[in-house]
Design a protein around this ligand. Structure first.
Ligand SMILES: CC(C)(COP(=O)(O)OP(=O)(O)OC[C@H]1O[C@@H](n2cnc3c(N)ncnc32)[C@H](O)[C@@H]1OP(=O)(O)O)[C@@H](O)C(=O)NCCC(=O)NCCS
Length: 163
């Protein structure tokens, strides 16, 4: 089970990335639950449905730990024509600040660059950790979405454009 152990200190890791489909729904649901502390619940059924949708792509990040590949993070995006929307990104709390999310997002950005795609995502105004990550990879705010979330919090709409 991911998260019962963790890295000593705050060293960066180089996770391996693997593209996954609906067969990984249970694993992604469990990582999502850990990453979002059970808020914004995407359970196994929801992941199964999302991962089966046309244009949806999911990448799983694993680190080598105690001789095993330990899943620690994921990113899910949906691509239509020349636009991609990042639907979810999460890293297990025990593996944060190790560079896992940066590696996942940089991978998606590199692919978008090659395809000439623009990327979008919504992020809670209170989510400073995610905002820092997105900004360092070139995402910029293009709009606000008032009361976007179920609890009434606003979202910032961020965009990354190629070139
Ligand atoms: C946001 C999240 C995905 C970051 O994952 P992570 O693997 O810890 O991020 P990284 O280690 O790759 O950090 C990349 C950069 O993001 C920023 N960052 C990450 N965590 C941060 C924090 N707690 N405070 C401030 N900046 C932070 C920093 O700029 C960091 O670079 P640095 O470590 O070189 O300073 C993770 O905290 C998470 O899963 N949060 C809950 C789910 C969530 O909010 N998802 C995003 C929804 S839009």
């Amino acid at each position: 089970m991911s998260g019962e152990t963790g890295p000593e200190g705050r060293g960066k890791v180089v996770p391996e990335l693997r593209e996954v489909g609906p067969e990984a729904a249970e694993l992604l649901a469990s990582l999502h639950h850990a990453a979002f502390s059970g808020h914004e619940p995407w359970d196994m059924t929801a992941f199964g449905q999302i991962l089966a949708m046309p244009g949806v792509v999911a990448w799983l990040a694993s680190v080598s730990w105690a001789g095993k590949a330990l899943p620690v993070g994921f990113i899910v995006s949906r691509h239509v024509v020349d636009e991609g929307e990042i639907l979810s990104l999460g890293v297990h709390p025990r593996w944060r600040r190790c560079g896992v999310a940066r590696r996942l997002l940089a991978h998606l950005v590199r692919q978008a660059e090659q395809a000439g795609d623009t990327l979008f995502l919504e992020v809670r105004v209170s989510n400073r950790a995610a905002a820092g990550l997105y900004e360092t990879l070139g995402f910029r705010q293009v709009a606000m979405r008032p009361r976007y979330y179920d609890d009434g919090e606003d979202a910032r709409l961020l965009r990354w454009s190629p070139g």
